[in-house]
Design a binder for this molecule. Structure first.
Ligand code: ADE
Ligand code: ZN
Length: 334
């Protein structure tokens, strides 16, 4: 029962399924884009940014996250943001990634949908060509905005349908239940998009039930509040409904007081298809490997558990069966 160390974790082939690309905007790039684009931020230095990144809850983070995303203006900015994360995937052996983006954060500021998508896709295509990086995009609707706004966003996405694998639901959870977005998720399903939703991060276990029943999702993002409902945990395990869990995020947003309280390994042992992800790494203090390392340090995660979590990441991905099997075999062959 060897505890997984950093070297072991890095060498494992991994899929990351819950990463907001805007949440990978590092302070250095934020400051340089602000200067280039003539945008005034409430921070002058890296130290100011670091001092500001202390959060009490999800909303206190989201306020700074939307502010930071405001420095992204032209196609090259979106390319540069994506390219940096593509390089990170290569460095951390993330062989496949399914990344969320929030188009409304940009279109509401007058940046066109095409500017966002073209920048992202050019970087994803370069990474595919240069080292075979596998990646998909998930377009999220902001749940603090109306369903009508989400429907308009879905319509903007239709010309880019072949570049967007799924739709998702993110932003402020409590008070914005899954039922608010039932119609747009049905429209997205009819248009051929797969579906995911944040549920049970700060919101109750009932939102997890509702995302499954009303939005017909293939995965739940976060979902950790399922532990409040034993019947739900048993149901998630039996159905192998994946949870894209984000350990460092949960601690930084005060879902748990410390990593030692995190339930991910208990859920794994109960047969739930839990996966490890970084959510918004530049805000929460770590990319994917650092999330695994935090579990090893706080919860004595073994090598076997780390392998199981990576196997789950391929099972839970939207890859076709051939690619799932190919990546899973890489895991088995070390
Ligand atoms: N947007 C970016 N990160 C998020 C999170 N952890 N929860 C909800 N919305 C988000
Ligand atoms: Zn998230």
């Amino acid at each position: 029962m060897t505890i997984a160390n950093a070297e072991f974790i890095k060498a494992l082939p991994k899929a990351e399924l819950h990463l907001h690309i805007e949440g990978s905007l590092e302070p250095e790039l934020m400051l340089s884009l602000a200067e280039k684009n003539g945008i005034t931020l409430p921070y002058a230095t890296l130290a100011d940014i670091e001092a500001a990144y202390h959060f009490d809850d999800l909303q206190s983070f989201l306020d700074l996250y939307y502010l930071g995303a405001g420095v992204l203006i032209d196609e090259q900015d979106f390319y540069d943001l994506m390219w940096r994360y593509m390089l990170r995937c290569k460095a951390e052996n993330i062989v496949h990634t399914e990344m969320m983006f929030d188009p409304q954060t940009h279109t509401d500021r007058g940046v066109s949908f095409a500017t966002v998508l073209n920048g992202f896709c050019r970087a994803m295509d370069d990474a595919k060509e240069q080292w075979g990086q596998s990646s998909y995009l998930i377009m999220c609707f902001l749940r603090h905005l109306s369903e009508e706004d989400a429907i308009e966003t879905l319509q903007l996405a239709l010309p880019f349908k072949n570049r967007i694998k799924a739709v998702g639901l993110d932003s402020s959870e409590v008070g914005h239940p899954p039922e608010k977005f039932q119609r747009v998720f049905k429209m997205a399903a009819d248009a051929g998009f797969l579906r995911v939703a944040h549920a049970g991060e700060e919101g109750p276990a009932q939102y997890i039930h509702d995302a499954i029943a009303l939005l017909d999702v293939q995965r739940i993002d976060h979902g950790v509040r399922c532990v409040d409902d034993e019947v739900l945990v048993a149901r998630l395990a039996a159905s192998r409904m994946p949870l894209t869990v984000c350990p460092l995020s949960n601690v930084r947003l005060c879902v748990y007081d410390s990593m030692t309280e995190h339930p991910i390994l208990d859920l794994l042992s109960q047969g739930v298809c839990v996966t490890v992800n970084s959510d918004d790494p530049s805000y929460f203090g770590g990319y994917l490997c650092e999330n695994f390392e935090a579990l090893a340090q706080a919860l004595d995660m073994t090598q076997g558990q780390a392998i199981d979590l990576c196997r789950n990441s391929f099972e839970a991905s939207f890859l076709d069966t051939v690619d799932k099997n190919r990546f899973t075999a890489m895991l088995a062959n070390g």
